[in-house]
Design a protein around this ligand. Structure first.
Ligand SMILES: Cc1cc2nc3c(=O)[nH]c(=O)nc-3n(C[C@H](O)[C@H](O)[C@H](O)COP(=O)(O)OP(=O)(O)OC[C@H]3O[C@@H](n4cnc5c(N)ncnc54)[C@H](O)[C@@H]3O)c2cc1C
Length: 407
């Protein structure tokens, strides 16, 4: 191995034998965590079982971010995360590193006039978080400013500064800007403990002695936790999405448009679009898979539903052939309050979590930084509202941000 390479497939000689901290999982959450841990001066090793970083859930996402959060703990993560994304090259220290960030906005709309009050309250909460660009939009404003939205929609919220980015470039930027080592095609098979807590991470290529492990294994976080006898309060639920090939009717400057009641959304993507239905009846998956199956009729069902949000999709649907539509699927991870699990697990000294995400792309920069602050002691566990012990402590509040797909 070239010693200057930090993303590599290790052999017996190049597998690190020790580390201050081992991060399990090379999606955007794990890589952002490794970035901050290594920047804090810790000898950091990330272990990823697949052939590349950001190859499981992360690339399947719609890659969007929004400051429109009503839960304060989520706002505390997403607002600094967005600032890091906005200044990404500076954040990772790689001049010119471009993550294709676009501030095209998020538009939530409803056909239910009774929702207007709730939406006004949501905007007031956004403002209390400092997101003063978030605005309530009535039927007239929707007609005038977003002519591709159905006339059935009578109220909504809009924030121009929300948007989307390349999660691949963000993950690569965090990796390249870090001082960590990233081991590919290396599967974590066990975690050794002794009287002091975590003692080693066992992998398909050998063992790494360490006193700290961060579980950022995405949909496989439960199986990693079970290696130390811990059961996490996380559920994996399949979420599908459709990529639509470019069509002239798709407005390129539109924001991410969301029908709150139907839980459908679409946004433009390079002349085409990404769209999804966050089906609230999708069951919990007991055994998550790497290759997540899609429903053969998902795209057709979604295209039918989404015309209620933007009628032009009916016209587009007439022109589509099967090759214009690509359906993919990954998992949302849910916790009892729909907010992630971040920080040390009390039962096993040195075992930390950064998992339980349904919006991990937009939350990962600050979540990774927080894990690092918790490992180094810069942040006290009790100052972290997303600590895993919050459920046992009875501190759980119900999440109420739209588009989680759960009620
Ligand atoms: C359809 C859809 C749309 C979405 N849209 C958005 C969006 O617009 N905005 C947003 O913020 N979020 C969105 N999300 C959610 C987002 O994609 C996830 O929250 C995020 O990607 C989670 O990142 P992660 O790093 O935790 O998980 P992953 O990307 O799944 O990474 C986990 C990694 O751990 C590795 N791993 C697991 N077990 C082991 C082991 N034993 N040994 C070694 N490695 C292991 C895996 O191989 C994997 O690479 C969406 C998700 C879906 C499915």
């Amino acid at each position: 191995m070239n010693p200057t390479r930090k993303i590599f497939v290790p052999d017996a000689a190049s597998l690190p034998k020790t580390a201050d901290v081992v991060v399990v999982g090379g999606g955007i959450v794990g890589v952002a965590t490794a970035f901050w841990l290594s920047r804090a001066g810790l000898d950091t090793v990330l272990v990823e079982m697949r052939e590349g970083l950001s190859t499981l859930t992360t690339p399947l996402s719609v890659e969007s971010f929004r400051a429109q959060m009503t839960e304060s703990a989520m706002a505390d993560l997403v607002l600094p995360s967005i600032r890091m994304y906005e200044n990404f090259a500076e954040t990772v220290g790689i001049p010119g590193h471009d993550i294709a960030l676009k501030h095209q906005g998020y538009l939530f709309v409803s056909d239910d006039a009774a929702m207007a009050e709730k939406l006004r309250q949501a905007v007031a909460v956004h403002h209390s978080h400092g997101v003063t660009g978030s605005e309530f939009v009535d039927a007239d404003a929707i007609r005038r400013r977003f002519p591709y939205i159905s006339e059935r929609m009578v109220c909504g919220t809009f924030h121009q500064n929300d948007g989307w980015l390349s999660s691949h470039e963000a993950t690569q930027g965090f990796a390249k800007g870090s001082h960590a080592k990233f081991l590919l095609q290396t599967r974590v098979t066990g975690i050794g403990t002794d009287a002091a807590g975590v003692a080693a991470v066992h992998t398909s290529r050998g063992s790494i002695a360490t006193r700290h492990v961060v579980n950022a294994a995405g949909p496989f976080a439960q199986s990693i936790a079970q290696m130390v006898g811990v059961t996490l309060p996380v559920d994996a639920v399949r979420r599908q999405k459709v990529h639509v090939a470019p069509k002239p009717q798709i407005p390129r400057s539109a924001p991410l448009c969301i029908d709150i009641g139907a839980e459908t959304y679409w946004r433009p993507e390079h002349g085409g679009a990404l769209m999804a239905w966050v089906d609230p009846d999708e069951p919990v998956t007991a055994n998550p898979l790497e290759d997540v199956p899609t429903d053969w009729d998902y795209a057709a069902v979604l295209l039918d539903k989404i015309t209620a949000l933007s009628p032009f999709w009916a016209e587009v649907a007439e022109t589509l052939s099967a090759s214009d539509l690509t359906t993919t699927a990954g998992y949302y991870m849910y916790t009892p309050d729909d907010q992630p699990l971040i920080g040390p697990v009390d039962a096993v000294n040195g075992f930390h979590l950064n998992c339980g995400y349904w919006a991990g792309v937009m939350l990962s920069p600050e979540a990774g930084r927080r894990v690092s602050c918790l490992v180094t002691g810069e942040m006290r566990p009790e100052d972290n509202p997303l600590r895993p012990s919050r459920f046992a402590e009875g501190l759980v509040t119900t999440g109420d941000s739209f588009l989680r797909g759960r009620h």
